[in-house]
Design a protein around this ligand. Structure first.
Ligand code: ATP
Ligand code: MG
Length: 240
């Protein structure tokens, strides 16, 4: 079983949205997936899953408190190993006390980031067009990577450019270029981007994801959204 932790120290970058859609894409191709929502008290992912009607493919989610005992979370994850292929752990934003311990359990950390330089700052601090420094969040990830490598364990970090403008803008191009250039330095992989699409905003109340859309509901933009998530899930799993 692979443990995928969705995290960014910055809030509101699309962690829960990406988590719900990634889970759905993996269930769609037959994987056994469950999830833990650590983001109390808002529990966005848990509420998302609970909004689903019974005729939709089952998505499983439990809530646990990130302020609680990390061993409880670890034991919970261990108890899921036999039954599932993947467990997704959705986390709150911010640098909370148990963040490092939770990330230490991960095989993969997925970090959505928007096309705003303001959001980028936690990953990359831009000095001028030619040079950049790792942001405070990148340093946290490096620290975790280092600790894991001391136990001969690997940590794969995937940065997901999310909420990118549907129209190509100079700003998003420069953010993407910069991320790609910094990727080897950051030792993080940069995925395909997920665009800012209405479909990612409107399905929550019914707990649906782009993979639950009926044929009659598909538009060009929604098909594109589905392809973006499909591609992202392959990228996260290292298949492309
Ligand atoms: N690709 C996207 N296109 C359009 N809207 C998006 C996209 N991704 C996320 N959003 C919207 O951005 C907002 C924040 O998303 P979400 O709650 O998933 O972020 P989060 O990182 O989990 O936030 P928090 O830090 O509060 O947990 C929501 O309104 C969501 O609908
Ligand atoms: Mg969230």
């Amino acid at each position: 079983m692979k443990i995928i932790v969705i995290n960014n120290i910055k809030g509101g970058t699309g962690k829960s949205t990406i988590t719900a859609n990634l889970i759905s894409s993996l269930i769609d191709i037959g994987h056994k997936v469950c999830s833990i929502d650590l983001d109390s008290p808002q529990h966005t992912l848990f509420n998302y899953v609970n909004n689903r009607s019974e005729d939709l493919p089952l998505m499983e989610c439990e809530t646990m408190d990130y302020k609680g005992d990390c061993n409880e979370i670890k034991n919970k994850i261990d108890s899921l190993r036999e039954k599932y292929d993947f467990v997704f752990v959705d986390t709150p934003g911010g640098d909370f006390e148990s963040l490092k311990d939770i990330c230490m359990m991960a095989d993969i950390i997925v970090t959505p980031i928007s096309d705003s330089y303001l959001d980028l700052d936690v990953v990359l601090q831009i000095k001028n067009k030619q040079s950049f420094m790792p942001g405070c969040y990148s340093k946290i990830i490096w620290d975790i990577k280092k600790k894991k490598s001391q136990d001969s364990k690997n940590l794969d970090w995937v940065i997901v450019p999310n909420k990118f403008n549907v129209r190509k803008t100079k700003n998003q191009e420069s953010v993407y270029k910069l991320l790609s250039k910094a990727s080897p330095v950051l030792s993080g992989r940069i995925s395909n981007f997920i665009k800012d699409r209405v479909v990612f905003k409107e399905l929550f109340n019914k707990g649906r994801t782009v993979f639950d859309l009926k044929k009659s509901e598909l538009t060009v933009s929604r098909v594109a959204a589905k392809n973006e998530i499909r591609m992202l899930s392959k990228y996260v799993l290292g298949e492309i």
